[in-house]
Design a protein around this ligand. Structure first.
Ligand code: NAI
Length: 454
């Protein structure tokens, strides 16, 4: 048979695209080599959140006296946390499989390799079978960047150097954990293992953590982390690693950090190697598939969505990119916009941002006004965060009086930020937002309060 659509990769982009296309009546084949759900469900977003939730519960328990609750004997049992994480992953992976069935998607658990184009369509090998599809959607995701830092290859082989995949399955808590890279993965793992009892050192090349996050928010997060005892070496370039230590250079000097386990979290790159894209002449840019705003590649009938296009590398971006591609495949016009994609760091405290940071607005020459309020202006936040604080920072474009950036630090931020994204996406003006009714008492009211400052 000739499938209407062959999807390569069963992560958030691939499984959502297959589901939507199947639902619309297309015959769909989905090829996945490891496990449905991809990195997000199996070794990324979901398992890390399971771990971080256990850390949050444990922290609540050990600080419960502040809330008038006595908890004795609180203990974080890491092996049990990892066991529960595996159960959560299994449930959700099973759910994806059921969705595929419900939408009549044929799933091939095999490695896909593109063979080229024939008169019938695109030929893709899935294990021993060769499938033919009228269209191809590539959702092969990303893999960790592993530059050849001296000692890293040996460490990865021996198992004391890990990526996000291995660290999430580790059943013991290392005494000394050294994290290379203070980006999202590094910070979330630092947060968990610090609570679990490791001495955590983060070695970061830049002079700040959390990459493109608004500088003020990132500085506040750094302070919170330092208070918890996480050790940061900023402006430090890793030059080597061995069993027991990581070496880095800072200000012309070489220093060593003790490390029983080393996590390499220095970014990810598009996963295009070995797919056979060259048989079709699909254009790549630094290894990522080049797509237009609809997800179309330079080859008619070949589409791509998710991390493989190297644009945003977030699961929620992947979902939307997949939807956009499928809509266009179905003949419905739809385009991808990247200006209101929220980003969240699920640490304790949470950080959530959408739109332009102050630094980005300045660099783009936008004439903006910025207002800030402490999270303590939210009654609900004060009731639930004894002695805690956070910040809400909103940027408004002076010319149009529209919100262009919302940056939050403080718990519950992750559940609020989609609303802020909606304000940006729908281009509401400050005066329109003032008319919105926010539920009381919620931490989300901090947005309403800050808007009244303009
Ligand atoms: P990242 O790009 O967020 O951070 C990597 C950090 O490593 C950067 O700060 C960089 O300056 C630093 N670095 C690079 N080379 C270095 C070296 N030799 N020595 C010291 N520092 C070095 O990458 P990360 O954390 O690996 O995450 C990968 C992807 O996964 C990201 O694109 C992220 O968006 C996604 N992700 C998203 C999450 C979320 O939304 N909550 C959670 C986890 C991952």
């Amino acid at each position: 048979m000739i499938y209407d659509l062959i999807v390569i990769g069963g992560g958030p982009a691939g499984y959502l695209a297959a589901e939507r296309a199947g639902h619309a009546g297309l015959s769909v084949a989905l090829i996945e080599k490891r496990s449905l759900g991809g990195v997000c469900l199996n070794e990324g977003c979901i398992p890390s959140k399971a771990l971080l939730n256990s850390a949050k519960l444990y922290e609540h328990a050990i600080h419960s006296e502040k809330y008038g609750v006595t908890v004795t004997g609180a203990k974080l049992d890491h092996a049990k946390v990892v066991e529960r994480k595996a159960k959560v992953v299994k449930t959700l992976v099973g759910g994806v499989g059921m969705k595929m069935k419900a939408n009549k998607v044929t799933v091939f658990m095999a490695e896909a390799s593109i063979q080229g184009k024939t008169a019938e369509g695109f030929a893709v090998k899935a294990g021993d079978e060769v499938l033919t599809g009228a269209r191809l959607l590539i959702c092969s995701g990303s893999v960790p960047s592993l530059p050849p830092i001296p000692g890293s290859k040996e460490g990865l082989e021996a198992g004391y150097v890990m990526t996000n995949r291995e660290i999430l399955d580790m059943t013991t808590v290392p005494e000394n954990l050294c994290i290379i890279g203070g980006g999202v993965i590094g910070l979330e793992m630092a947060s968990y293992f610090n609570t679990a009892g490791s001495h955590v050192t983060v070695v970061e090349m830049l002079d700040h953590i959390a990459g493109p996050t608004d500088a003020e928010i990132s500085a506040l997060l750094l302070k919170e982390y330092q208070k918890k005892g996480i050790d940061f070496r900023l402006g430090a370039k890793v030059v080597g690693m061995e069993k027991g230590a990581v070496s880095y250079e800072k200000d012309g000097k070489t220093e060593k950090v003790p490390a029983d386990v080393i996590l390499m979290s220095i970014g990810r790159r598009a996963n295009t190697a070995g797919l056979g894209l060259e048989t079709l002449g699909v254009e790549l840019n630094r290894g990522a598939i080049v797509t237009d705003e609809r997800g179309q590649t330079n080859v008619a009938g070949v589409w791509a969505a998710g991390d493989v296009n190297g644009k945003s590398m977030l699961a929620h971006t992947a979902y939307r990119e997949a939807e956009v591609a499928v809509n266009n495949i179905l003949g419905k016009r739809d385009v991808m916009r990247y200006n209101a994609i929220p980003s969240v760091i699920y640490t304790n405290p949470e950080v959530a941002c959408v739109g332009m940071s102050e630094e980005a607005a300045k660099a783009a020459g936008v004439d903006y006004v910025c207002k800030k309020l402490s999270m303590r202006y939210s009654g609900r936040f004060v009731a639930e965060n004894e002695g805690g604080d956070g910040l809400c920072k909103i940027l408004v474009d002076k010319k149009y009086n529209k919100v262009i950036g919302v940056h939050l630090i403080g718990n519950s931020s992750s559940e609020i930020i989609w609303g802020a994204a909606a304000l940006i996406e729908t281009e509401l003006r400050v005066e329109d937002i003032r008319e919105l009714v926010f539920p009381h008492p919620t931490v989300s009211e901090i947005i309403r309060e800050t808007i009244f400052e303009f």
